[in-house]
Ligand binder design. Structure first.
Ligand code: ADP
Length: 271
């Protein structure tokens, strides 16, 4: 973006000519904008439930307590918004810990199919409520390097998002494909999908495709940004793409275990 480019002209004494130095501030400015948006989003996301808690408590104190049915309705809303507030705070803390490098990730060989099985077991009751089938096709010998708990959390986030956002009766599949040096684990669904214009932004903090829908489903808009941070800490990457005829595929990569690789090195950074 040319408006972010500053030019500095330095005439050289005794020389015929100039050195022209261009500083491209685009990335710095973008980072600053992301930081400012984040602060604004955090205060908005925290203020909304807090003002509902305040308003409902005030209404109760001002007489609504005498109307039992109405009182119960207000107290239920207080409980819902208090839960939401604590979910947002705990996810923000997770993000802060991830960003401050406070969390140490193991770098051990992981059998992906056993992790997939345990995520499937956890998700089955929720999926059954919506008559959603979640199947997987991962060779038992696929081994990646990473931290078991973190990979479980990443996969569980992607699968539970799919259960949350696809209509009843649709399907989820978990597959794995091999790349050079990496395995790519994919969670595909047959839901409405995500328009390509949102693909580059869904991993941003607080970004939701449909804000109202996400909130109604108890979403915080932080899940995918946590997923991205975790995967990057383990040396992999994340992405999303559309699936034909409808649906989306979230994927993440993890380094393969190489022959003779020592497993004591902690995972750091992105390759
Ligand atoms: P949330 O807490 O809102 O679920 P996430 O960061 O986990 O936040 O996801 C960001 C947004 O991406 C969601 O609000 C939703 O709009 C969209 N999304 C995630 N997974 C899917 C999916 N499988 N199908 C359709 N939309 C999805």
């Amino acid at each position: 973006e040319s408006r972010f480019v500053q030019a500095q002209w330095t005439p050289m004494e005794g020389e015929r000519g100039y050195i022209i130095v261009f500083h491209d501030n685009t990335i710095l400015r973008r980072q600053e904008q992301i930081r400012r948006d984040f602060v604004a989003n955090v205060s908005h996301e925290l203020r909304t439930p807090i003002s509902i808690l305040q308003a409902n408590a005030e209404t109760l104190l001002n007489g609504a307590l005498n109307d039992k049915a109405y009182g119960v309705q207000l107290v239920n809303a207080i409980e819902r918004h208090a839960i939401r507030l604590s979910q947002i705070i705990s996810k923000l803390l997770d993000l802060a810990r991830l960003e401050s490098n406070e969390l140490i990730f193991k770098n051990e060989p992981l059998n992906i199919s056993s992790i997939v099985n345990s995520v499937q077991e956890h998700i089955t009751p929720l999926a059954q409520e919506k008559n959603i089938t979640c199947w997987s096709m991962i060779k038992p010998e696929v081994v990646c390097m990473g931290d078991r708990e973190a990979v479980e959390e990443v996969l569980s986030n992607l699968v539970s998002n799919a259960v949350k956002y696809i209509p009843a009766g649709e399907q989820i599949s978990i597959t794995c494909s091999e790349l050079q040096g990496f395995n790519r684990i994919e969670v595909s669904d047959t839901g409405a999908g995500i328009d390509a214009s949102h693909h580059s932004r869904v991993f941003e903090r607080f970004y939701r495709v449909d804000k109202g829908r996400s909130r109604d489903m108890g979403g915080t808009g932080l899940g995918l940004s946590i997923v991205k941070q975790m995967v990057r800490k383990m040396g992999g990457d994340v992405g999303v793409e559309s699936v034909n005829p409808h649906g989306c595929r979230f994927w993440f990569t993890l380094p393969k275990k190489m022959e003779g690789q020592r497993v004591t090195r902690p995972a750091t950074g992105h390759p």
